[in-house]
Design a protein around this ligand. Structure first.
Ligand SMILES: [Zn+2]
Ligand SMILES: [Zn+2]
Length: 264
């Protein structure tokens, strides 16, 4: 089983279970490596209500260290899922210098300062939106995130499909432009199994998207995006099968923001 590099903690205010419980579950599921990548703080704590506050960052690191001590047989990485918004680059560099992170997952949730496309509390915003316009805005930001040099991994690359509201137009050109940026930056995209638990009922990204990624030899990682211990390693068999079926034989591992390749 590949490493599960995407999981959260209760500090983000919408996940349950301490890091040690996630680690125990990982061992029970037969995993040998995981990484915590909780939602990073914003410079302003009142930006939204689904992430840790800045003054909790040290507590987050301590919780991950505790899990490492409790489970010495499991490789546990220290990471963050960082929101990419244009103009936040300096803040993200500031965060990077605060602890010895193993990797940063760069994710786009916000297509404007006020709308996170995956937030169920903001679902009504989709009613007045043209899905293709939203996807275009989203991929413009995601491409900038890939070009920024701030991240090792780009998270859930086709997140706007979460509620299964999809454009009629062909999105392949958006995917290609983004994947070219990922390849140029020599970073990875993740296969994120949370999509299977949402209305879209498929892994992020889709098979068609992943086929393009494989053609360009874009590196991959795996993540369950667990918000509870029993989600650790969720559907990894299916994710591995998908990766292999489009031609992948390896995935990326990270330590102190350097990568190596491992066989799937
Ligand atoms: Zn979350
Ligand atoms: Zn996310």
């Amino acid at each position: 089983m590949p490493a599960d590099y995407h999981m959260h903690t209760p500090l983000c205010r919408h996940a349950t279970g301490e890091p040690s419980a996630y680690a125990a579950r990982a061992l029970a599921a037969g995993l040998t490596e995981i990484g915590f990548s909780d939602h990073s703080p914003m410079r302003q704590d009142d930006f939204d209500n689904w992430r840790m506050r800045l003054d909790q960052l040290g507590e987050y690191v301590e919780k991950v260290r505790q899990a490492q001590q409790d489970h010495p047989g499991l490789q546990i990485r220290l990471a963050l899922e960082v929101d990419y918004l244009p103009g936040h680059e300096e803040w993200i560099r500031d965060l990077a210098g605060r602890h010895p992170w193993d990797y940063f997952i760069g994710s786009v949730h916000y297509v404007s300062d006020a709308w996170a496309v995956d937030n169920p509390e903001q679902l009504s915003r989709w009613k007045d939106a043209d899905p293709f316009e939203v996807w275009s805005l989203y991929f413009e930001r995601l491409t900038r995130a890939a070009e920024s040099g701030l991240f090792e991994i780009i998270g859930h690359a086709d997140l706007p499909k979460k509620f299964n509201i999809r454009p009629r137009q062909d999105c392949a050109p958006l995917f290609r432009r983004f994947l070219d940026a990922v390849k140029m930056s020599n970073i990875a995209i993740e296969l994120n199994t949370a999509g299977l638990r949402k209305d879209c009922r498929e892994i992020y990204p889709s098979r068609a998207f992943l086929e393009l990624a494989a053609q360009k030899k874009v590196p991959i990682t795996f993540g369950s995006d667990a918000h509870a211990p029993d989600e650790v390693g969720h559907a990894f068999g299916e994710a591995v099968a998908l990766a292999r079926s489009v031609g992948y034989t390896h995935y990326r591992r990270f330590s102190r923001r350097s990568h190596s390749e491992a066989a799937i």
